[in-house]
Design a protein around this ligand. Structure first.
Ligand code: SAM
Ligand code: SF4
Length: 355
């Protein structure tokens, strides 16, 4: 097996160096050596956060990224324009850290919407502060939000996120509904501590017009406590959900959708499970990522990053930036490699990459 198949970073090189492109056909899109094409761009805009979820952040938070090392709203929008017009990106999702902690978020959305008119812009958020900004974000061009909510039990929420802020998340979800930021999806990481809260969360999501997707925990927590043996696998979660609902497999919304859907009590309501660990969908992955500091990271698990910020600030043309983006994608690894005996966790945790 090659190191590539094991999901290890391909080549250790400086992010400022152009990645090798030997064998890459001269096509405009974001293709990789395994024939995958990226259409979905995730952009992290900060590593700061208002929560400290144990599966993501350390208790003290991640180190603050100095302001001049973050991409500015104008720089983000320029890269969004290049991604859509030159590289075939069809959907852009803002994430972090917590995007709502960024004071210029409305500008980021408005400038990105202007740079790529008609492209769906969405955001993954913990919902804290959304009650105040949902309408402004909608007016700026945000189409919809995914809100992360793991449990409705306030004590469990407080323990998991290290902050007593469940009511604020629920206020944020209500505001997103009012502003029309839908269809609203809820992301819930399946954790052992909250496993038995899962049926109530699913019932609540259905009652509140949200599409719930449970996510298997990935080894991307800053505290490095993830253990394969302790992870709640999709099968175990399904067993717990079936104590309250009948569930019928309904497949994926599209072949590259990470969530497998289940019809709840005969439908039409559904619940989704993103089984990144036990039913890996790496072979159908259509994502690429940009970190808050402006490096392309084509895989969550690949430490091999390619800097665009330096080029951008040195006056690179759109064509040069697009070429660097294509080269970065060509080097994408085959998969996360979690199951390999010699799996090595990525250096960055989820909050530093952008989930
Ligand atoms: N702060 C925002 C939020 O929580 O939605 C956006 C950033 S967060 C890193 C993006 C998504 O990653 C969230 O839905 C979160 O639950 C998920 N996530 C974080 N750490 C994870 C892990 N170790 N495994 C699986 N999902 C994780
Ligand atoms: Fe913050 Fe989101 Fe990570 Fe939770 S999952 S600590 S809300 S970035």
């Amino acid at each position: 097996m090659t190191t590539l198949a094991l999901g290890m970073p391909t080549v250790r090189r400086s992010p400022a160096e152009a990645p090798p492109t030997d064998g890459r056909p001269d096509v405009p899109g974001l293709i990789d050596r395994f024939g995958r094409v990226a259409h979905d761009l995730r952009i992290s805009i900060t590593s700061a956060c208002s929560l400290r979820c144990t599966y993501c952040m350390p208790a003290e938070g991640l180190p603050v990224i100095p302001r001049d090392e973050l991409l500015s709203a104008t720089e983000i929008a320029r890269l969004v324009g290049i991604a859509v017009h030159d590289l075939g990106v069809r959907e852009v999702r803002f994430t972090g850290g917590e995007p709502l902690t960024r004071g210029d978020l409305v500008d980021i959305i408005a400038l990105s919407a202007a740079a790529a008119p008609g492209t769906p812009l969405s955001m993954t958020t913990n919902g804290i502060g959304l009650d105040r900004s949902a309408q402004a974000l909608k007016d700026a061009g945000l189409a919809r939000v995914n809100v992360s909510l793991d449990t409705l039990d306030r004590e469990h929420f407080t323990r998991l996120t290290r902050r007593d802020r469940l009511p604020r998340v629920l206020d944020g979800i209500a505001a997103a509904h009012r502003a029309g930021l839908g269809p609203l999806k809820i992301n819930a990481v399946a954790m052992r501590e909250t496993l038995h809260d899962a049926p109530a969360l699913l019932a609540w999501a259905i009652d509140h017009g949200c599409r719930l997707r449970f996510i298997e925990q990935m080894p991307l927590d800053a505290d490095e406590t993830w253990k394969r043996d302790n992870m709640v696998a999709a099968e175990e979660l399904l067993e717990v959900l079936r104590t309250r609902f009948t569930l019928e497999a309904a497949g994926r919304d599209d072949p590259s959708a990470p969530a497998e859907e289940w019809l709840v009590d005969g439908g039409p309501a559904t619940g989704g499970i993103i089984a990144s660990g036990t039913r890996s969908f790496c072979s159908a992955c259509d994502r690429t990522r940009l970190t808050a500091e402006g490096t392309v990271r084509s895989c969550l698990f690949g430490d091999d990053e390619t800097d665009l910020r330096g080029m951008l600030r040195a006056g690179a043309s759109d064509a040069e930036l697009a070429d660097r983006g294509r080269a970065a994608m060509w080097g994408k690894q085959a998969g996360h490699g979690i199951d390999a005996a010699d799996f090595v966790r990525p250096a960055r945790s989820m909050g530093g990459i952008g989930g």
